[in-house]
Ligand binder design. Structure first.
Ligand code: ATP
Ligand code: MG
Length: 377
């Protein structure tokens, strides 16, 4: 019999993994407390290692990079097969005693100040991108004057129910929980004529009286302008932060700057900027900057936040929204869907890093609630 190399034990595997850097936190996995379980099984030749690792953000890019590093670290030990399982336990915002949505780990505002830039489109597609990456997601249409969620999710005429006469059950589509004033009025295209205080009450009720359950992310689609809605929210709920949507043309950015300033005044962190309708690719594959260039970078610089990505103009984006299945769900292979997925990925990693820093930078932050096995798409 030939002398076989030392059999990898759980201890050896743990040691080898301790050197693997987590690509988001740039610290060893072990130090961050992200290794949940290690099992070693003998094979006819070599060994199989079964690993269970924890994610604090639903990020495909993060997973792929860890997987590469884990393989690099373990194959030299004589490991033949590696089985990786993932738990997702999303890190959480700070909760106050009076929080209207204590079961919601993160509240994300999608805003712009400017009308028609694609806030609702971004909010819907981000919500779906997060859901498809394994997170529990809700989308609240905070635009009571011009709700978009019923149309974008094909739920016009849908009405939420209430089991106990107090709480409203949100509707659900493609795995995302949804609430919109459009579900409560007869015709969702009819404008709701409400003044400030009523608006504020309605919004608070949408947070407090809707049975959101446990969510990793609640995305709020804000109306244009910088008025009551953001103010109300800032007072009632400690939001994780805002995603600012802009278009590329510099001349039209004034309202977006105003929205950024308002966030600063209200101490709402800006998590990043999305440049929508950035460019158009024609049938010959040539890129056209129809609306100019640079808006996203300018706003990102002003907000001291990352430019999360650029979404091209694609006819399918509008068509899918109008038909009730946002593009991330309807055409996941399209350029826009890929851009939305990348943006969601970057966004959640940024949030996790901020929450980790805030928690003192030791072990990776864990939110409350059960750890769930992530289902890979
Ligand atoms: N990248 C894109 N490519 C093509 N069409 C788009 C894109 N983004 C948004 N649209 C379309 O532009 C229109 C405006 O988008 P949307 O309703 O999302 O903007 P908004 O900022 O929410 O508007 P409002 O200020 O009225 O709330 C919609 O018809 C939408 O389908
Ligand atoms: Mg809108």
């Amino acid at each position: 019999m030939s002398n076989s190399p030392a059999k990898p034990t759980v201890e050896l595997v743990r040691n080898a993994l301790s050197a693997v850097l987590d690509p988001t936190f740039e610290r060893p996995l072990g130090e961050l407390g992200l290794i949940e379980a290690i099992e070693v099984e003998p094979l006819d030749s070599g060994m199989r290692v079964k690993l269970r690792l924890r994610l604090v953000a639903p990020s495909e890019s993060h997973k792929a990079r860890i997987e590469t590093e884990v393989r690099k670290a373990l194959f030299p030990l004589g490991v033949q097969e590696i089985e990786l399982a993932w738990d997702l336990n999303v890190s959480t915002r700070q909760l106050t005693g009076e929080d209207p949505v204590p079961g919601v780990k993160n509240v994300l505002l999608v805003m712009s100040g400017k009308g028609g830039v694609g806030k609702s489109t971004c909010a819907a597609n981000l919500a779906l991108a997060l859901q498809r990456a394994g997170a529990r997601v809700g989308l609240l249409d905070a635009d009571v004057y011009g709700p978009s969620v019923p149309t974008m999710f094909g739920l016009e005429g849908g009405h939420p129910t209430s089991g106990d006469g107090v709480h409203i059950s949100p509707l659900e589509r493609f795995g995302v929980k949804l609430m919109s004033i459009g579900f409560l009025v007869e015709d969702s295209k009819q404008a709701v004529v409400w003044r400030g205080p009523m608006l504020s009450t309605a919004l608070t009720q949408f947070l407090k009286d809707v049975d959101w359950g446990k969510l990793d992310y609640l995305v709020l689609d804000l109306p244009p302008g910088t008025g009551d809605v953001a103010l109300t929210l800032a007072q009632k709920v400690k939001v994780t932060g805002a995603v600012v949507v802009t278009t590329p043309q510099e001349v039209a950015l004034i309202d977006v700057y105003k929205a950024v300033s308002m966030c600063e005044k209200l101490s709402i962190p800006i998590l990043g900027v999305i440049e929508n309708m950035s460019y158009f690719i024609d049938t010959a594959g040539v890129r056209h900057d129809l609306f100019g260039k640079g808006g996203g970078d300018k706003i990102a610089e002003y907000a001291k936040a990352p430019l999360l990505g650029q979404i091209p103009i694609e006819q399918a984006v509008r068509e899918c929204g109008d038909k009730g299945t946002p593009i991330v769900q309807a055409e996941p292979a399209s350029a826009s869907a890929k851009a939305f997925n990348d943006i969601a990925d970057k966004l959640v990693r940024g949030i996790a890093i901020e929450q980790w820093k805030r928690s003192g930078g030791g072990k990776a932050p864990t939110g409350e609630g059960p750890t769930r096995l992530k289902i890979v798409r």
